[in-house]
Write a protein that binds this ligand. Structure first.
Ligand code: TYD
Ligand code: MG
Length: 441
């Protein structure tokens, strides 16, 4: 007979305790434990009979054969490369991102792409009705006449599993794992128990039937995948779709991938007709024909790819006792530090100036190799000289020294590929002082 046990699970980290606690000992969160009823079947308590499982025979590495066609192409080469060459059969991928960033759009487009190639795709939405999905599909595709794409609006985890097992599609999408609910558990959709149960069921199903599944996951304010952290550990691949809401640029990153590298980045643009992949994203990050002072290019690395990005600075004399520093797209503290270095080692009068720094194209740069470019943009604005054809590639140290960043050759090669010859790096200059002297008037 099945026995019902009670267990208290932390909604933040998934910690389990047999009794109620006010504070979670694992993550330190207050009042985050919720009660769950867990059914333990009587079978579990019996001594396991090892004999009954002898039909499994281990294989040596040479006995295991690899099949060539074990990946499905998504129709987006950017997405395929982020996933390591396509979607692996039987794999479970979690696509996470802020609300409204374009997860459903990207996946519906993927579903349309795959289904037009003759594969049967099941798109399960717990958030939108079939009509809503159809409306979106009409926006995305020229024709919605498609016999291979099946839509369901459903939130019941167990019903979805039965449906997938009956339909046996070639590919399934579940949007989103936080809306899934099962009657086998207490707790509302989105709670740790429900999310974990749903993910575990879908993973079991995907592995057994060899159907690739993509789960959509929401992100909390802190930028973590909502629900238990273990969700990321359970799935094979974790992708993040990120970008600024007010610009169209979207970056698809892999944070974990059992079937490929994790430092790949795919660049997309959210446009009228859905997500468009940008195979050559330079046009977005560089403004053409800009000849005003204050603009310099930097070679930013995203994963293993290098992008040239335009950094703009505006420096004006300030009447304020504490001049203003405003930065967008670059960490504010990094800008302050670089300004202090410019003041001390390059003798630029930044302490009496309001300084605004901005990155074009709505991308965020955190790469220290962009330091020199940021300094040069400020210099360009202060001295009123046009440096818009220059690229600055070096990390700037507190002593004003220029340090070689990682992948210098790759960054220089990318700049040269775009026909830029004025490249300032730590190889030709040793300190920020030398660079300022070069442009000094
Ligand atoms: P959506 O895919 O619903 O986001 P998510 O599933 O991540 O929450 O994207 C919604 C936004 O995308 C919405 O603000 C409108 C915009 N959008 C476009 O700009 N172009 C389009 O073709 C579509 C379908 C949506
Ligand atoms: Mg959505």
């Amino acid at each position: 007979m099945a026995k019902v046990n009670t267990s208290f699970v932390c909604q933040e980290c998934g910690y389990e305790s047999p009794k109620f606690l006010g504070k979670c000992p694992e993550c330190g969160e207050w009042n985050s434990l919720r009660e769950f009823k867990v059914q333990t079947s009587k079978l579990k308590n019996e001594a396991p009979s090892y004999k009954s499982q002898t039909n499994i025979t281990p294989k040596t590495l040479s006995q295991i054969t690899l099949e060539k066609s074990d990946r499905i192409l998504s129709g987006f080469s950017e997405m395929d490369s982020v996933m390591g060459g396509g979607i692996v059969l039987g794999s479970v991928t979690l696509l996470a991102g802020d609300p409204g960033i374009g997860k459903s759009t990207l996946l519906l487009q993927t579903a349309l792409n795959i289904s037009t190639k003759g594969k049967r795709v099941l798109y399960i939405s717990g958030e939108e009705s079939q009509q809503q999905i159809k409306l979106r599909a009409e926006r995305l595709a020229k024709t919605t006449k498609n016999d291979n794409l099946f839509l369901v609006s459903l939130v019941d985890t167990d019903a979805i599993c039965t449906l997938i097992a009956n339909e046996q599609p070639d590919f399934a999408i579940i949007d989103s794992v936080q809306t899934m609910e099962s009657e086998n558990l207490t707790g509302l959709s989105g709670s740790v128990g429900q999310v974990r149960y749903a993910a575990a069921e879908f993973i079991k199903l995907a592995k057994n039937l060899n159907i690739p599944v993509i789960l959509v996951g929401h992100v909390t304010k802190e930028g973590m995948v909502a629900g238990p952290m273990i969700l990321s550990h359970m799935v094979d691949t974790v992708l993040f779709l990120e970008g600024e809401k007010n610009t169209g640029t979207r970056l698809l990153r892999s944070l974990k991938n059992r079937f490929g590298p994790v430092d790949e980045v795919g660049v997309f643009e959210m446009a009228e007709g859905g997500m468009k992949e940008l195979k050559n994203p330079q046009e977005l990050f560089l403004t053409k024909g800009n000849n005003s002072p204050g603009s310099v290019m930097v070679a930013n690395m995203e994963g293993t790819r290098s992008f040239l990005v335009e950094v703009q600075a505006l420096a004006v004399y300030s009447k304020l006792p504490m001049p203003r520093r405003v930065s967008s797209g670059i960490d504010y503290k990094r800008v302050e530090l670089l300004l202090a270095v410019l003041q001390k080692h390059a003798k630029l009068p930044v302490d009496s100036m309001d300084i605004f720094v901005n990155v074009a194209g709505g991308i965020k740069i955190t790469d220290p190799a962009c330091d020199l470019g940021i300094c040069m943009a400020v210099l360009s604005s202060i001295k009123n000289i046009n440096l818009s054809k220059y690229v600055g590639i070096a990390e700037v140290g507190l002593l004003g020294e220029l340090r070689q960043p990682s992948f210098l050759d790759k960054r220089v090669a990318q700049a040269k590929k775009l026909g830029i010859t004025k490249i300032i790096t730590s190889k030709n200059y040793k300190s920020i002082e030398e660079v300022v002297k070069l442009f000094g008037k």
